[in-house]
Design a protein. Structure first.
Length: 385
């Protein structure tokens, strides 16, 4: 198949999922065309089946806001036509689904039928999408898609609850590449960070309010009172300065390191004992899955799709949003040397259920279903492997 993938090219979960899916599809022999405004962060590998098309955003003094959606729609028309794509798969509804809809309508006037699949990732529904400034367009473009998927059952439910959806939404969970995310021998790194064999706790996120990074610091402060421990904070975002200020206020800066945006987060996870994800909302929690694949148990909230990933009492624990006391107690339970090896083993076993080799075929099956429903079986069967 010739597949066009639209996503945010940044470190965010939706961009990571889109890029890793594209890479896996290319390895499986499909031709994959990424269409976005800059090279996706995880598109760090060469494969003859992978292509990248950059959206050219022209500004003009009249524009206070350059119209990215129009530039994207025009690029989609161009790439679908000249690369003869079979299907477009857009990740994150805003504005990708509506740009794809516009491209589809333009192509229709030229006799070209392009099916569109929209994958919902979370904040495009739960935070930004349901805001009145976007809701009518999000509703329309989900309903106008030829196929829709959501990364968890909870997100599917939320989407039906917040929008008037007439389309079927299929749940296809996020996945992990276990060849990349696995415990590696990085003992020198552990010794450098934890010279006295302290427990190592990690949090990675985009430091937005919804991630509640301040809760991570509060939990760590409590843990540190009980056992020797260090905290690594990976990522960057709007809350970073507030978090640094909080660490200073608590006087615990010497045990906390801010590592910024890291390419090889798996190296840090390889030496971690615990991952903390105290999010207010999380449709899936890809960062937690990455930790679990590196044998790191997870303390998370029970928000959104997290209970679909983190199994209470097995791979970690689930607590109510903001319940610092409970999360501290549960963290200490996991970090107890009698319990830690079992939690680590369970975390890895659970991560294996989300192996990309199990999940990628679900997307291929969705593509096949949509191509069949839109009457493109002939093109599809000619081009499928
Ligand atoms: O977490 C973010 O703010 C980034 C966001 C994104 O779209 O990149 O993540 C969402 O999509 C990820 C991949 O599907 C999910 O694992 C995250 O749970 C989800 N974030 C939220 O729902 C807050």
């Amino acid at each position: 198949m010739k597949i066009g993938i639209v996503c945010y090219p940044t470190f965010g979960g939706s961009g990571v999922v889109a890029t890793e899916l594209g890479k896996a599809l290319a390895k499986a022999g499909h031709q994959v065309h990424f269409i976005t405004y800059s090279q996706p962060t995880r598109l760090d590998f060469f494969n003859a089946n992978l292509y990248y098309h950059e959206v050219d955003i022209r500004s003009y003094p009249l524009f206070q806001y350059p119209p990215y959606e129009l530039a994207l729609a025009s690029k989609l028309v161009d790439v679908v036509k000249y690369e003869k794509l079979d299907i477009l798969h857009v990740h994150y509804a805003i504005p990708h689904a509506s740009s794809a809809y516009m491209a589809k309508q333009i192509l229709k006037t030229e006799g070209i039928e392009i099916p569109v699949i929209t994958t919902l990732h979370g904040t495009d529904i739960t935070l930004v999408g349901k805001d009145a400034s976007y809701a009518p367009v999000v509703t329309f473009s989900i309903n106008a898609s030829d196929g829709v998927s959501a990364v968890s059952e909870d997100l599917r439910k939320d989407t039906y609850q917040h929008f008037k959806i007439t389309n079927d939404i299929e749940v296809i969970p996020n996945f992990i590449d276990l060849d990349r995310f696995k415990k590696q021998k990085k003992e020198h790194f552990k010794t450098a960070i934890c010279p006295n064999d302290e427990r190592l706790i990690v949090h990675t996120s985009n430091f937005r309010k919804v991630k509640r990074v301040d809760d991570v610091v509060r939990i760590f402060k409590n843990i540190r009172k009980e056992i020797p421990a260090k905290l690594l904070l990976v990522g960057d975002g709007p809350e970073r300065n507030n978090i640094e200020a909080l660490c200073r206020k608590f006087g615990i800066c010497e045990d906390i390191r801010f590592l910024g945006k890291l390419e090889a987060v798996e190296e840090v996870l390889s030496v971690a004992d615990l991952f903390i994800m105290p999010s207010e909302k999380e449709s899936f929690g890809l960062a937690a899955l990455e930790a679990m694949a590196c044998e790191v148990p997870v303390i998370s909230t029970n928000a959104g799709g997290l209970p679909e990933l983190n199994i209470h009492g097995k791979t970690g624990y689930l607590s109510k949003v903001g319940d610092i006391k409970d999360m501290t107690e549960k963290a200490l339970d996991i970090l107890d040397e009698k319990n830690l090896p079992t939690f680590k083993k369970n975390a890895l076993a659970r991560a294996k259920e989300f192996d990309i080799t199990n999940i990628m075929p679900l997307y291929v099956a969705l593509y096949e279903k949509v191509l069949t429903n839109t009457g493109k079986t002939e093109t599809f069967s000619n081009k499928v492997l």
